[in-house]
Design a protein around this ligand. Structure first.
Ligand SMILES: Cc1ncc(COP(=O)(O)O)c(C=O)c1O
Length: 501
């Protein structure tokens, strides 16, 4: 009788070593080649479907793992959009840390289930320490509760659910939002807040109509007078305001809400104060940032996103709650089939997941590789480069600057002959179309990648630098590239409009 089962998915240590070394070599070569590759190959879905063979049925028999890894490396390194490229500046997605890539491999090797201490003892302690260090990095009390989740949406959901449980004056977990005699719960946030708020209001039973979208000032910061008026009106109408959501770095322009004022208003009305710091939270202690950012220290809960400005490989978000009891109050159940030691941390009690992976490791490693000073330096440099871009854009007569906040700079291409006519509806319509086409044409060149924002009705190019690989040269050469593309696209658009007459 043999003591070793032969399972087709298993691999000998020797084979694992050979394949693993080969893969690590390929990744290292990829990292060397990355700056010279197109940011995205801009291939169409039909081509990619054919390459992947999406219509093939599940293979009945197995394939040699070496061949599979070769093919996967070819597919992925040859046909991906690379957010690790020095000139990837779209949305808010970071270049991934090399140590994080290795950390994910190591985490998968041990594969702890970090739902409970018992199933992931050292992983639980590492996650707890990572959470404390994240709190320290952003200036939040380090005795807070916290949990790592898949991203910013989920981290914000944790704060939302903790607030819902804490501020509903009935047992909402048992009786739900529509309990007998329950008042209608309402939440407040600025019109610039990320769409997670809609999802949360929808998914957690309040309904999207319960979100009060408060207007913003010229800098896109929540108008606190409008906020108070709305709270007063809702109270007078018999509703139950539960929380105010401030944003520390809005997704479109990097605006920071007046967090200290919001904290004061929350105290006055006894509301939960949640801060969405998914983007900007990690900049809170960087010299020169808006002073309001530090106001997140007063929040009842904060969401930050290590896969944004800690440059962790996807996925990892982090929810922090000032008083940990509000987390267990919102999430904990003790079914008979789990007998976990209550004197240690069991993350299953702190969030929505049951089984949980070891996403802390990649963050924990990076935090130690560079320390607090390293992160302050890198984030500060991203912001400096975004400011430099704003300055360089200002030196090009055919570019119009819009906003600069944290590491986000927005602007648009305006051909010389249209500059005296901006603001007129026909010109604005044309400029919106032109700039959208410029963005897409840039993408097709593979030279750089940006996304867009809509600012007061204008379609603008939006550069967001959460990228430790971006250099000053990348930034200084970018405005001229946009002008070149802009002129070509403008010519083509005019020509095609003449042809269609
Ligand atoms: C301010 C803000 N909140 C939340 C999110 C959602 O984060 P994630 O995509 O990690 O879920 C984003 C994403 O860009 C964001 O900018």
């Amino acid at each position: 009788m043999t003591s070793k089962r032969s399972a087709p998915i298993d691999m000998s240590a020797e084979e694992f070593r050979i394949l693993g070394h080969r893969l690590i070599d390929q990744i290292a070569e990829f990292l060397i080649a990355l700056p010279g590759k197109p940011v995205t190959p801009s291939e169409d879905p039909t081509h990619l479907k054919a390459l992947v063979g999406t219509d093939n049925s599940l293979p009945k028999r197995g394939t040699d793992p070496g061949k599979l890894l070769e093919r996967s490396a070819e597919l992925i390194f040859g046909h991906s959009l690379f957010n690790g490229h020095p000139r990837f500046w779209g949305y808010i997605t970071a270049s991934p840390t090399p140590i994080g890539m290795l950390g994910d491999l190591l985490a998968a090797a041990a594969n702890p289930n970090v739902g409970s201490w018992k199933l992931g003892p050292v992983a639980t302690e590492i996650e707890s320490q990572t959470i404390r260090w994240i709190a320290e990095l952003i200036g939040y009390p380090t005795d807070c509760g916290g949990v790592l989740v898949s991203g910013g949406n989920m981290a914000n959901f944790v704060g939302f659910l903790a607030a819902r449980r804490a501020k509903a004056d009935w047992n909402i977990r048992e009786s739900g939002v529509s309990a007998d005699g329950a008042k209608k719960l309402v939440v407040y946030t600025s019109a610039e807040t990320h769409t997670w708020v809609q999802k949360a209001a929808d998914l957690f039973g309040l309904g999207t109509a319960s979100v009060r979208w408060i207007s913003t000032d010229e800098q896109k910061r929540m108008d606190t007078n409008a906020l108070q008026k709305q709270i007063d009106a809702d109270l007078a109408a018999g509703m139950l305001p539960i929380m105010v959501i401030g944003t520390a770095g809005t997704v479109s322009t990097g605006a920071v809400d007046p967090l200290y004022d919001l904290a004061r208003i929350c105290r006055k009305y006894n509301l939960w104060f949640h801060v969405d710091g998914a983007y900007g939270g990690f900049a809170a202690r960087v010299p020169g940032v808006p002073s309001d950012l530090a106001g997140l220290e007063l929040a009842d809960s904060v969401a930050v996103d290590p896969h944004k400005w800690l440059y962790a490989p996807l996925e990892v978000g982090c929810a922090l709650v000032r008083n940990p009891v509000y987390m267990t109050d919102a999430f904990s159940y003790h079914p008979p089939y789990y007998h976990f030691d209550s004197s240690v941390t069991n993350f299953v009690d702190y969030g929505m997941q049951n089984s949980r992976g070891f996403r802390a490791l990649k963050v924990w490693l990076a935090l130690q590789q560079v320390g607090l000073d390293g992160y302050i330096q890198m984030i500060g440099e991203d912001i400096r480069l975004a400011e430099l871009l704003y300055q360089c854009v200002g030196e090009q007569s055919e570019l119009e600057r819009f906003t600069q906040g944290l590491s986000i700079t927005t602007f648009r291409f305006v051909p010389a002959e249209l500059q005296s006519r901006t603001g007129q509806s026909e010109t604005e319509q044309y400029l919106n179309k032109l700039n959208e086409e410029v963005m897409l044409a840039l993408e097709r060149t593979g030279e750089a990648f940006v996304s867009h924002a809509i600012i007061n009705g204008a379609f603008v190019l939006r550069v967001c630098i959460v990228n430790f690989r971006t250099s000053e040269k990348d930034i200084r050469t970018f405005p001229a590239l946009i002008c070149r593309i802009g002129s070509t696209v403008d010519r083509e658009l005019r020509q095609s409009s003449l042809n269609s007459r």
